[in-house]
Design a binder for this molecule. Sequence first.
Ligand code: ASP
Length: 580
Amino acid sequence: MYRSHTCGELRYSDIGLKVLLSGWVQKSRDLGGMTFVDLRDRYGVTQLAFNVDDEKELTEKARKLGREFVIQIKGEVIERSSKNKNIPTGDIEIKVLSLKVLNSSITPPFTIEQNTDGGEDLRAKYRYLDLRRSCVQEKLRLRNRVSLETRKFLDSKEFLDVETPVLIKSTPEGARDFVVPSRMNEGEYYALPQSPQTFKQLLMVSGFDRYYQIVKCFRDEDLRADRQPEFTQIDCEMSFVEQEDVLNLFEELIKHLFRVVIGVELEEKFPRISYQEAMERFGSDKPDTRFAMEFVDMNEVTKNKGFAIFDNAEQVLAINAKGCSEYSRKEIDKLTDWVRRPQIGCKGLVYLKCNQDGTYKSSVDKFYSQKDLDCWAKLAEAKPGDLLLLISGELDKTRKQMNDLRLHMADKLGLRDPNVFNPLWVVDFPLFEWDEDEKRYHAKHHPFTSPKVEDIDLFDSAPSQIRANAYDLVMNGVELGGGSIRIHRRELQSKMFDLLGFTKDEAEEQFGFLMSAFEYGAPPHGGIAFGLDRLVATMDGVDSIRDYIAFPKNNSGRDVMIDAPSPLNIEQINELGIKS
Ligand code: ASP
């Protein structure tokens, strides 16, 4: 037997108990007469005490213990003289009677503590040591609670957990596929699923009615803090549902998770806005609604006063940075430099300071009278003390830039409180997106998404105006999940592929199996998928999903711990029949 208790378990009431503990040496302190060792496991830390006067040999042995040695001790729980209120075991310590080293450790490359001295790269290389830190373990515990509660909730609603294959054929979620060569079918390749989309729809055709899976998805795209090449979805599909049914049920799931896992009561009904409105008010289909600072359309009040930049712009937009009229020249210059960076790409930034005395100061005073500027302020509902920031240009680009500026200002002003959770359904997405470079339409969600019945007539005349039965759940500026009501008839699916530029043969070759299935009584169906990693990180008030994944990849898609990807040896290449 290795242990009678864990290192997080013993309390004042256990004083006098003889115990066996096993764990890692967090640190040891030699205070002359006494040696103290902090023993750590997943559950906590317990202090071990060695008294050189009572146990000379044992204390000598304890003094030789290095950090991260794995030891087993036998001892007695005694009251601690200087109690540590910061840890649950802080009232007691163990008077050690025997000590066994189960395994030694070479000196770890960084300290296994909350405030570690290890940089990100080093910790990634030794991720198994980083994972010993309780603050990192806590994140995976949170993830575990979220997935467990998800399963319980979906099970209570009759969802069946069904596994779908990983070696499949391309699924068009808009990213690049990871591919796997087939040894048995030389020259042919599997694709890893970007999502189980087609399979979950086939399960509806099979009559499973309610499906879910907590499943790995693979997308070969450029990585950022909130993206990983392999990530986990809570993937769901339901038959005989309309958009309203899906939104209501999954709103309930999200409220349940926040309530039982982190004790947060979300709004009873999540607000909903259309894609169109989200773009007009926030310039983003995943707006952060913890703060207002909404866009103001300034076209009416800025044009025809001789300022060519605004006159020639398709769109002039403003946001109101409340209480910022005292910004210095230097601060405004810094902001201007910020919007001019290539990542943002603005040509410049116009400001209007609404002075406390009711006068105005702008960077374009040459062109606009105080009366003109008063009109700006009125339109933007700016009060004395506020600062309007304006940018202009082509509509879509200006919206995107203003979205970046809005978030930047909110960060500066501390308006993005990690303890506030604002859910929002964004609905009525366009079905198609026009790709100017490729001169073709793409499916905004994916090609299996159904159009709104009332917009079907626009298929031939104005495809870009067709709205989809598609929805995203957004929280604090993050897309937590998205889904749609699907097409379940062959003709419409085939029309969709036509419009997306597939020839009949290509559509048949790639998705013939699905279109055939639709001919055998496919029920109306729809679903949604949530990014589990992102959901958990958002619940924890963190942007990066990396720490919520046990073994994540870095920004170049590498696992630096196992050193993957790596070259294949020539035998493997030959066996797979890959030609370079
Ligand atoms: N397969 C979709 C995605 O991964 C989700 C869905 O439509 O259910 O975004």
